[in-house]
Design a protein around this ligand. Structure first.
Ligand SMILES: [Zn+2]
Ligand SMILES: [Zn+2]
Length: 382
């Protein structure tokens, strides 16, 4: 367990996050000392607030990182065997995905009520660590705003309000310290904005009790509904009203993370059944492509070898790239401007001439984006 925790922290994400936190803390402490006066309470008061916030940031950061979201037990099946028809099966974990659980390709496991995989904590955000993660975002936003105020104030006082007691302290405040102070000022603005936006997004999701993934599913439900001209309304089953939603995510965190309280007009499997329906729709809109030009995947992440138009329309950098070579076949599920996203079809099936009739289990687990010019459509999947 301890070894797992250490390996979680020994990763570029938590290392950079902790380095930024400590750099901003030390720079702000220095700023406080610049105008620390023994005859007023401003210095001690700011120092106390800053240190309390720092402790809360560290506590919530380590809790979110080390506690994790909680995982679906290996080879999990619902109590009622018949309910398995409402659930999706995870080939990697060799078990059914519980309602609201999703498989994380980075953590290589099915996570309970998965929100997203956060590289900064090198873990998924989900059922067990959602509250500490949101508290971490809150305290970082407050702490960085406070740090910016203190650093900007110390710079202002140094250059424009040089009192006798402060002038003596300028010996300590050379060009190097001023440069570091200016850089940290910029960094605090950047961190406050980036983390603040993420905090607002999280709070808006929590208000409706949906995760980032469920938000995407609901958008998909709406788009399919509009495409088919279907007017039937589908309600998100876990939206219990904003007060109850906020309480259940941020405060009580009741339940085992497998079964959830739902609206009166829904049941445990309302959303999982909808997900299965969406997957079916997706399969019906999947195209088989033959690769006509090689693409080196992560070695040419932005597709620069394929021209400016391809590089400028590069899809989400967080999603994988698929290395393809001439003759490969790929089941394409998404098309974005000059890019295609799909799963490679297992090569022995191509050799056997099975082609467009491949079933989902016959795809390779390798999936990702590749430039559209690399593939030529063969047939639309029926
Ligand atoms: Zn899994
Ligand atoms: Zn993950």
């Amino acid at each position: 367990m301890a070894a797992d925790g250490i390996s979680r922290l020994c990763h570029w994400g938590p290392s950079i996050a902790l380095s930024i936190i400590f750099a901003l803390l030390s720079s702000t402490l220095y700023s406080i000392l610049i105008y620390w006066r023994s005859d007023d309470m401003e210095g001690p008061l700011n120092l106390t607030i800053l240190l309390i916030d720092f402790l809360l940031i560290m506590y919530n950061f380590l809790t979110a990182c080390l506690r994790g979201p909680g995982r679906v037990p290996p080879r999990w099946t619902p109590d009622n065997e018949g309910d398995t028809r409402y659930l999706q099966y995870c080939d990697v974990c060799e078990g059914y995905k519980a309602p609201r659980a999703h498989h994380c390709s980075k953590c290589q496991r099915c996570c309970l009520k998965m929100d997203h995989h956060c590289p900064w904590i090198n873990n998924c955000v989900g059922h067990r660590n959602h509250a500490p993660f949101v508290r971490f975002l809150f305290h970082v936003t407050i702490g960085c705003s406070h740090a910016f105020y203190l650093q900007a104030l110390s710079l202002y006082r140094t250059f424009f309000v040089r009192t006798h007691w402060m002038y003596r302290r300028l010996i300590l405040y050379g060009p190097l310290a001023v440069t570091a102070n200016l850089l940290c000022c910029g960094l605090t603005i950047g961190v406050t904005l980036a983390v603040g936006i993420l905090l607002v997004t999280q709070l808006l999701n929590i208000r409706k009790n949906h995760t980032e993934i469920e938000l995407w599913i609901m958008r998909k439900v709406k788009s399919v509904k509009n495409k088919n001209g279907n007017s039937n309304s589908f309600h998100f089953p876990y939206d219990l009203g904003w007060k109850k939603n906020c309480k259940s995510v941020l405060w009580t965190q009741e339940g085992d993370g497998i079964m959830w309280e739902t609206r009166a007009d829904c049941h445990q499997y309302t959303l999982t059944m909808k997900q299965i329906e969406l997957k079916k729709d997706k399969r019906e809109h999947t195209y088989l492509y033959e690769v006509v030009r090689n693409y080196h995947g992560s070695r040419d992440y932005f597709g620069i070898c394929f021209g400016c138009r391809v590089a400028c329309s590069c899809p989400n950098p967080d999603e994988p790239r698929l290395c393809v070579k001439q003759g490969d076949r790929v089941m394409v599920t998404r098309i974005y401007k000059h890019w295609l996203y799909g799963n490679r079809v297992l090569s022995h099936l191509v050799e056997n001439g099975i082609g467009p009739t491949v079933r989902p289990r016959q795809y390779s687990k390798e999936r990702g984006w590749f430039p559209r010019t690399c593939g030529a459509p063969i047939n639309k999947r029926k």
